[in-house]
Design a binder for this molecule. Sequence first.
Ligand SMILES: NC(=O)c1ccc[n+]([C@@H]2O[C@H](COP(=O)([O-])OP(=O)(O)OC[C@H]3O[C@@H](n4cnc5c(N)ncnc54)[C@H](O)[C@@H]3O)[C@@H](O)[C@H]2O)c1
Length: 253
Amino acid sequence: MILGILGCGAIANIIFNTLKEDNNFEINYFYDNNVEKAENFAKITKGHYSEDFNELVDNVDMVLESASPNAVKSLIPQALEKGKDVIVLSIGALMDNDFRENIIAIAKKNNAKIYAPSGAIAGLDAIKAASLGTIDNVSIVTRKSPRSLNQNLKEEKVIFNGKASEAVLEFPSNINVASSLSLASHVDANVKIIVDPKVNENMHEITVVGSFGEIKTLVKNIPCAANAKTSILAAYSAIELLKSFNETLKIGL
Ligand SMILES: NC(=O)c1ccc[n+]([C@@H]2O[C@H](COP(=O)([O-])OP(=O)(O)OC[C@H]3O[C@@H](n4cnc5c(N)ncnc54)[C@H](O)[C@@H]3O)[C@@H](O)[C@H]2O)c1
């Protein structure tokens, strides 16, 4: 499979380095609105960078977005129009109902698929299954180190307490996990974001209560060296998704 990368930062770097020896993938087309970043990737990988996203789309089987919610909104429809499958990591963009419905319609028309991996949280498989029954409550408490938000705090501070649909407007780049949770459960999740000087990890504690019973998960994520906002697990979840396309036995999906 020839994979094109939209957004050449921390996640792209982990994905490329993990899959570069895997014969099932050729990762050699890169696009970034910071052209230098795409050029650097192309140099390291002996691949191609493009200043025109459409050129990338024309040369790949699938596009992996690891850029930003804006990139999802402005560029991903173009890939779907050309019938290319996409993997989206900036999942906050999918909380915009009109946009989401629009890209689903484009994908259907062009026989393409939109994949949104579980990212930096655990349990989306079970939460999706649970949503077949009645869900009464969905909540996520996220703790971030001040470093990940470029803040310098001595004591913990709640910076957001409300619904995921509101959080996405205030913190578009920090709300991917709450977005995935809401989309998987079909419930606008209660979100609390705490900046906590006692933690070094990005922590997410999820509670879902419904007719099936109760799910509680806690993930303590090690941040990427290249971007403290991003958890290594998010990149790994995209890699696992890519690998699953070649698996005969699929567990836990
Ligand atoms: N789903 C999850 O759980 C999860 C977890 C972590 C990060 N993310 C998201 O994944 C994305 C990438 O994360 P990262 O840590 O690799 O970020 P990063 O900042 O290290 O890299 C992003 C790259 O994308 C480029 N970019 C940004 N907007 C662009 C646009 N409109 N067009 C083209 N290029 C653009 C930037 O120049 C940068 O090189 C972010 O949106 C982040 O919020 C999702």
